[in-house]
Design a protein around this ligand. Structure first.
Ligand SMILES: [Zn+2]
Length: 151
């Protein structure tokens, strides 16, 4: 009998709880400063631009542009031993923040600058948490549903 595959469990704190709660419903939340308008991710207790201490939550449309990516061939954790290779990407969301995400559904040579849609899916995370996954965005035809092909 083999042991169950270990899973990644992102830390949920009072600061990140709104993000994970909304992520469970498929919504990507960002933070926005009511004073200077800066939008950022991951969550922080104060605005990284002006240090205002009352950030607001903003739902992202999930659309962005592929800034960079890398292919991971070596399993750096037992939780990903059976999913390598996979792509880790930096996506510039239209709202402003650059986020780290998995990238799926792309040809072998992903093109930098390609439009992407970030959705949340259950996968490597335990405890019902959903993680961001970016796919190429094809307006009008890329609903968030569908299987997640391996990178
Ligand atoms: Zn600010």
């Amino acid at each position: 009998m083999t042991a169950p595959r270990p899973q990644v469990v992102p830390e949920t704190t009072a600061l990140t709880s709104p993000y994970w709660t909304q992520a469970a419903d498929g919504r990507v939340l960002l933070q926005r400063c009511p004073r200077c308008g800066l939008v950022w991710h991951p969550p922080a207790p104060v605005c990284p631009g002006c240090r205002d201490g009352a950030p607001q939550w903003l739902e992202s449309a999930g659309l962005g542009t592929l800034y960079s990516y890398t292919r991971v061939d070596h399993a750096v954790h037992a939780a990903v031993a059976d999913v390598v290779p996979y792509l880790v990407a930096l996506v510039d969301l239209d709202e402003g923040p650059r986020i780290i995400t998995n990238l799926v559904g792309v040809p072998d040579e992903a093109a930098l600058g390609v439009r992407t849609r970030v959705i949340l899916e259950r996968g490597l995370a335990a405890g019902g948490l959903q993680l961001p996954i970016a796919r190429p965005h094809h307006p009008g035809t890329d609903g968030a549903a569908g299987p997640v092909p391996r990178a």
